[in-house]
Design a protein around this ligand. Structure first.
Ligand SMILES: [Zn+2]
Length: 318
């Protein structure tokens, strides 16, 4: 039972304290990709800890090593044994219930988000097929509209869309910077990153970590795309392009160059560049690895402690 309690305590701490710590971590703006990975790692670690807590409550013993058939047979026997007393039966039922409810809720919200995004993109593609024309020089879709805006439609055959208003306002170098930003979104599949964070927030909106991740990840995704764009474009040139786009948001479900984060990104782009450094990068990678491994370690410690036995407790009985 100790492993179950440890996992639940860990999940609670990460889900409540984690976002407070990470929101204040200014290094994310210097290295947004590490920031995205950190939010993803904390989220995955929390979900894994809750699922492992449920499993360890339902099945406090497991085989250390054996064939699959023996493993499944032993699992069935252990589950049957868990229903020998009313208390064990209650704990097992609650543990299995947590696993089923949490995993089903996540699967449902991921599927619902994916269907919604797919539908929105299909509508967008149909509209763009009628309303836009291909610019032969750049291959982008040009939408005749006075408002300056640029965004991309991710997915198979991802497309970059720029309004005629933006083409009229952006200098050639600025347009190149904006296109590099949009192509970074497409290549990095940033839409999937944002959709996953959104689905988790929708699944468990009362969890502070998931709400904060859904708020912060889109901002960091924009900065990550800026960083890719500035490998080939001047930082101030991209900043000027963002000012020209005037914070125009992308259509729902799509990623744009402007949007509500534009002002903060402009400030970041005009400030002196601060490379993250190899040491900080390695420290961030190590921290993320620890966060991902900790739930498994908490679940496995009792088993490792009894590794010499044929059957090992996943959850210590207090
Ligand atoms: Zn963008």
């Amino acid at each position: 039972m100790i492993a179950t309690l440890l996992l639940l305590a860990y999940a609670t701490a990460v889900a409540t304290i984690g976002p407070r710590f990470l929101r204040r971590a200014h290094w994310q703006e210097r290295y947004p990709r590490a920031g995205i990975a950190a939010w993803q790692a904390l989220s995955a670690s929390t979900v894994a800890a809750v699922l492992l807590a449920g499993l360890s409550a339902a099945m406090p013993m497991m085989l250390v090593t054996t064939t699959l058939a023996e493993f499944l047979y032993t699992c069935a026997m252990l589950l049957r044994a868990q229903y020998a007393t009313p208390t064990d039966a209650l704990v097992t039922t609650v543990g299995l219930g947590v696993v089923v409810v949490v995993s089903s809720r996540i699967a449902w919200c991921v599927a619902r988000t994916a269907i919604g995004v797919t539908r929105a993109r299909r509508v967008q593609r149909l509209s763009l097929a009628v309303l836009t024309h291909v610019d032969p020089a750049t291959g982008i879709l040009v939408l005749e509209h006075a408002e300056a805006a640029a965004y991309c439609v991710p997915g198979r055959g991802g497309q970059v869309v720029v309004t005629s208003g933006a083409l009229g306002q952006l200098a050639a170098e600025e347009l190149e910077a904006v296109l590099a930003h949009e192509r970074a979104h497409l290549r990095g599949r940033h839409d999937l990153v944002v959709a996953t964070a959104t689905a988790l927030r929708d699944a468990f909106s009362f969890v502070p970590l998931f709400a904060a991740a859904a708020d912060q990840v889109p901002r960091l995704v924009e900065m990550a795309a800026d960083d890719v764009a500035t490998r080939s474009a001047d930082r101030r040139c991209l900043a000027h392009a963002l000012l020209n786009l005037g914070g125009a948001p992308a259509p729902a479900g799509l990623l744009g160059a402007g949007g509500s984060t534009a002002a903060a990104r402009v400030r970041r782009l005009v400030a002196p560049s601060q490379p993250f450094g190899i040491v900080r990068g390695m420290a961030a990678a190590a921290g993320i690895a620890v966060v991902l491994a900790l739930p498994l370690a908490l679940a496995a410690v009792p088993a490792l402690a009894a590794v010499s036995e044929a059957y090992c407790p996943v959850s210590w009985t207090a």
